[in-house]
Design a protein around this ligand. Sequence first.
Ligand code: ADP
Length: 284
Amino acid sequence: TLSVSARPLHRANSQVGAVAVFHDVTARKAAEAELAASINDLQAFAAVAAHDLRTPLSVVAGYAELLSYGLAEGDDVATLQPIAARITSGVDRMRRLIDDLLAYATARDGRLNLEPVPLRKLVDEVVADHTTHLRVPGEPQPPMPDITTAALPLVLVDRAMVRQLLDNLIGNALKYTRPGQLAHVVISAHPAPDGRVRIDIADRGIGIPADEQPRVFTSFHRVAQHAGGYPGTGLGLAICHRVVERHGGDIVAADNPGGGTLISFTLPLMGTAPVATRRVLPHL
Ligand code: ADP
């Protein structure tokens, strides 16, 4: 795109010509369009976040009001207890959403502190976080999910961000399993081009319909067929997408050949990966 500005050239009170200046404004137009799109995105994002916060907030406000009437009329604990439980679950929903909104903001704009991270150790920590709460001291052991982890390499990543990535993906692999069935998860590593490693997280849960697979990484997108049965914010995979993107990789969802979901993403390997901050100085 060109923009033209022109002005007449005068000499001794008479016009002798004109100067026209052509500016190539393609780059500026593209930057403006990008800014407008990101403002639209931000507005849409804020609208959905506000709506999703408002729903549990109304529930909490309504039950809190009911509770105050109940207390005035001297209701007993058995009557008040279910109301208190609704308030607690509404607060939990809001807390989950706020945590995910913060994680999304960090994944998008947070500082990237690259360091060598043994992936296997990080996976083990995340798996332990997801399974220890299943064991209650003094109570019969519930069946534990079957999680198999292959040898995993040393990667050059932001530890906190990649922990969040694994936390969301392993959490989903365990969560989206049919009620009453034991979750089966296999985590494996495969060579990828450009000094990277591809990590596969395969589960045998309810699966993601093929036409939904590219869409699940969009913020707030939840698969309609899954709605209701599984709590969530629809931000988990959007956070994963941002984290992988910040590390220069990609992430995709596919069918697990054995049934269920397969999520694959790439990360830079330690040692072979080009160091992002290295600059070649010109000879001055
Ligand atoms: P949510 O908070 O809803 O879990 P995510 O962004 O993590 O949000 O995932 C988006 C949607 O993708 C989920 O609502 C769910 O329908 C689907 N999904 C994600 N992971 C899996 C999985 N491992 N198996 C089946 N469905 C999944």
